[in-house]
Design a protein. Sequence first.
Length: 515
Amino acid sequence: MTIPKYPVGIQTFSEIIEGGYTYVDKTEYVARLTLQGKYYFLSRPRRFGKSLLLSTLRAYFEGRRELFDGLALDSMNVDWTPRPVIHIDLNTSNYTLEDGLDKRLDSILSFYEKQYGISEPYPFLSVRFEQLIQRIYERTGRQVAILVDEYDKPLLAIEDNPKLFIKNQATLKGFFGVLKSMDMYICFAILTGVARFNKVSVFSDLNNLDDISMSNDFAEVCGWTEKELTDNFKQGIQLLAEENGMSYENALLTMRKYYDGYQFTPKGSRLYNPFSVLSTLKRRELDFYWFQTGTPTFFAKRVRDSRIDLPSLNSQWVNRSDLVSVGFDSSNPVPLLFQTGYLTIKSTEGRLIELHFPNYEVETGFAQALLPFYLSSADKADTSFSIVQFYRDLYTGDIDAFMKGLQTMIKDIPYEQHSEKLYQNLIYLIFTLAGSEVQMERHTNNGRTDLEIITSAYIYIFEFKYNKSAEEAITQIYSRDYSGRYALNKRQLYLIGANFSDSARGLDSWIIEKV
């Protein structure tokens, strides 16, 4: 069987089409964008198809109709007149340098100034940009399309450098602020990014941008529905199934568990992560590909410093207005986690939205990225090794070894950081990484258990106390019959009562009972 070509890491529309790579047709959105408006902003998580969308728009505005042969846009009533395009890609550059952003913008402007024969440009970046747009219009007689990829990269990269952040923020304000005054020379403009930051003045000066990030009309502009997945990748899913000893149905079910579940608008469809799907099908192996591309350090720091209850993130209720934009100085990390793809829409009730982790890849990868920031003096390699050992202990039924390892790991935390919430968050992170099926605070008829873990051979029910006793914890499990639901289950059942205390600086005692 011929293995299809998958465009992993390829974000140029023409290269995908001309190279014979598998392409999921999103070109109808080019028509929607160009026919329904003029100025847009779109936020989506990294590696979710924003760059490919802009590349597709570029090919359209350049009049390259041959690339769209057989695609949706080719049969739609749109204007194929070629127009000049200024494509500002801010993905690449070292923005931690004092002049990193200035050099990147200078490089982009210089490229187009040379292309259109513009000599002796003005010294200021914003004035040069204004001059460039006007000169291109004058020399071609046609309005210009402006495509901005990852506008916020120069800010995300230096979030922990307040002085440089303010400088880059001012540069972006002046640079993109010229778009509003150049309306007569512009036919279309779109800015994309990971998040919309409410104190970045781009959005106060450029207030004519239509933010389509939570628009139902554009809910599926990036990411793939399950129908798109099965329509375009049936052969690849079959190859994945065969190589891993699964049926087609089980392979699809597993991919759904790993990569599906993103929902960016209240009425939108559930979506798969394109990068993870392509990587899985190309390698025919399931893995956490999205997280392997890197998790911004400041995300982990922001969550840790917020002292938020981590288990609650899987059912977090917020007001819709709180998700529209985020602030760098906000103590609440939830809006940022939503816009960056770590949390997504689970359900809605009027203006209220319930968020949760979209899938197994995100929840597990999130825990993996976050744990070292709670164990501040731990080496990441040592932490990873410990998690592997925890995993083995759970799957072999050596729960006492597991508890001893947990006790040792928690002692690594500086004394001043110990608190009941810290213990709760650590338990969540460690057990999320170590267990195959983890449920925190599961409701029963007589209350709710602190933690349940189910493996192929074992069921573990945990009750944790703080500055009390392990005896009190195990007594609660029995008195409230937390194990009753598993009476007919053939797996070996363990009940564990444990106590954390300030005097022991962590886990001081536990009781294990085999049922």
